[in-house]
Design a protein. Sequence first.
Length: 96
Amino acid sequence: MSNLLRIHRMALRLGIYRRSFRVALVVGTLLNLINQPQPLLGLLWGDFRALEHLDAGKALLTYCVPFLVATYSALKALDIRPGQPPNKPLFEDRTR
């Protein structure tokens, strides 16, 4: 559990969550426009009755998945492994 907390703090410090949120906003909006175009385009044109057909659960998941994937990818790129001591450098010299 302490390792998970360390990873969370590192993600906060490095701004990973903020960048992942931006990715999720762009990708999630595009995916929602592809998957549910009538309710969303109806909202843009002022047809609020079209929102009755919006599946809010699917819309929320469409934003959550890109956020989680972007966050996981950024943390994986840093090569953070479970059980790694807090003072150990993230990048080891693997040439030896």
